[in-house]
Design a protein around this ligand. Structure first.
Ligand SMILES: NC(=O)c1ccc[n+]([C@@H]2O[C@H](COP(=O)([O-])OP(=O)(O)OC[C@H]3O[C@@H](n4cnc5c(N)ncnc54)[C@H](O)[C@@H]3O)[C@@H](O)[C@H]2O)c1
Ligand SMILES: O=c1ccn([C@@H]2O[C@H](COP(=O)(O)OP(=O)(O)O[C@H]3O[C@H](CO)[C@@H](O)[C@H](O)[C@H]3O)[C@@H](O)[C@H]2O)c(=O)[nH]1
Length: 340
């Protein structure tokens, strides 16, 4: 029996494939490589010493998806495939709704057709409404994403909830990630953003390696201890392990489950910069500039539902996140390169 990983060539998907293979699962990756490289899957095989069944296919290509389900005996699906750039989603809402929503619907239709009713879904802390005052977000905090990308993640959740209400045989785990960072400790797989990174950690690592001159810190006047934004950074390997726990859960206990995956601890931008400097021995020059539109002051998880419901808690701290992000960047200054 195999697990289909959609988006398995991507950042979080590739790390999850490593954990699945190490735990003995057979892994089938479905990815259109729109934001990833075939090389990532080869390196997953190298790290684990196991083979991955790779299908270069788009979730919107129904016959291709059916071929995958026909070829493999599929037990469950972990669904990472999505477009994820907030700014781009504002410019291209139709592409985002089409890819993320139509892709999810078509995947679920095909699953139903082949009698596969277990799915782990990648959601995001971005589905939460901005709280009036900083407090840890629990799964029943008010929802209200403020950009098209966030709305696609939220709509995906609603579709899955309705699916479970209509057919309770479905086992669904919705995982709301906070801020995934870091890389596999081997330094062989990691985050490989195209162009100028939007996110803090890849920007910092590119400054450290000399590809960018200095970091712009977006806002120094937030109501936080040092004035910079606070986020709940989570090591991507902790996140990957959370997916295995979620898979165990739905394989043994159908239902509709929602869990935050975060550490419960927030770090400011300047705290991350300081931790990275300690981990890398490199100085990160920075300038404090204006706030980035759409950013909130503070965002961190209450991770207790995942602890109680999945027996999962993040174990890797900020130093390890920085050390692993740095090793990946240093060993792969061009990411996976310009190849496939
Ligand atoms: N990285 C984050 O900060 C973050 C935070 C919260 C949630 N998420 C969610 O986690 C998931 C994985 O994110 P990631 O950071 O690994 O992104 P990523 O871009 O590295 O991975 C997504 C993968 O999906 C593939 N893909 C996209 N559309 C596809 C389609 N229609 N058919 C087949 N493949 C397709 C891409 O080629 C890519 O390999 C996404 O659903 C994202 O929304 C990410
Ligand atoms: O060059 C940069 C980049 C970021 N930041 C700050 O660093 C923090 C983290 O920013 P970033 O890494 O972009 O993460 P978020 O803005 O928290 O958004 C991420 O986390 C959300 C919640 O999971 C997801 O929805 C988004 O897709 C994902 O980009 C924020 O305070 C930013 O203002 C900077 O100061 N300079």
């Amino acid at each position: 029996m195999a697990i289909i990983v959609t988006g398995g060539a991507g950042y979080i998907g590739s790390h999850t494939c490593v954990e699945l293979l190490n735990a003995g699962y057979d892994v089938v990756v479905v990815d259109n490589l729109s934001n990833s490289h075939r090389e990532a899957v080869r390196r997953v095989e190298e790290i684990t010493g196991r083979k991955v069944a790779f299908h270069e296919a788009d979730l919107l290509d129904k016959p291709a998806l059916e071929r995958v389900f026909r070829e493999h005996k599929v037990e469950a699906v972990i669904h990472f495939a999505a477009l994820k750039a907030v700014g781009e989603s504002v410019e291209m809402p139709l592409e985002y709704y089409w890819n993320n929503i139509a892709g999810t619907i078509q995947l679920c239709q095909t699953m139903r057709q082949f009698g596969v009713k277990k799915i782990v879904y990648s959601s995001s802390a971005t589905v939460y409404a901005v709280p009036d005052s900083p407090r840890p977000l629990t799964e029943d905090s008010p929802l209200g994403p403020i950009n098209p990308y966030g709305r696609t993640k939220w709509m995906g959740e609603l579709i899955l909830r309705d699916l479970h209400a209509a057919d309770p045989e479905w086992g669904i785990a919705v995982l709301r990630y906070f801020n995934p960072v870091g890389a596999h400790p081997s330094g062989r797989i990691g985050e490989d953003p195209e162009g100028i990174p939007n996110n803090l950690m890849p920007y910092i690592t590119q400054v450290a390696v000399g590809q960018r001159e200095r970091l712009n810190v977006f806002g120094g006047d937030y109501p936080t201890p040092d004035g910079t934004g606070v986020r709940d950074y989570i090591h991507v390997v902790d996140l990957a392990e959370g997916h295995l726990k979620a898979l165990d859960k739905i394989l043994t206990n159908p239902g509709y489950h929602v869990y935050n995956l975060g550490t419960g601890r927030g770090y400011s931008v300047l705290e991350v910069v300081a931790a990275f400097e300690r981990a890398s021995g490199r100085k990160i020059p920075y300038t404090i500039v204006g706030r980035r539109p759409g950013d909130t002051a503070v965002c961190y998880a209450d991770p207790s539902a995942a602890r109680d419901g999945l027996g999962w808690a993040a174990t890797r701290g900020i130093e390890e996140m920085c050390a692993d992000a740095w090793r990946w960047q240093r060993q792969n200054p061009e990411g996976y390169g310009n190849g496939e």
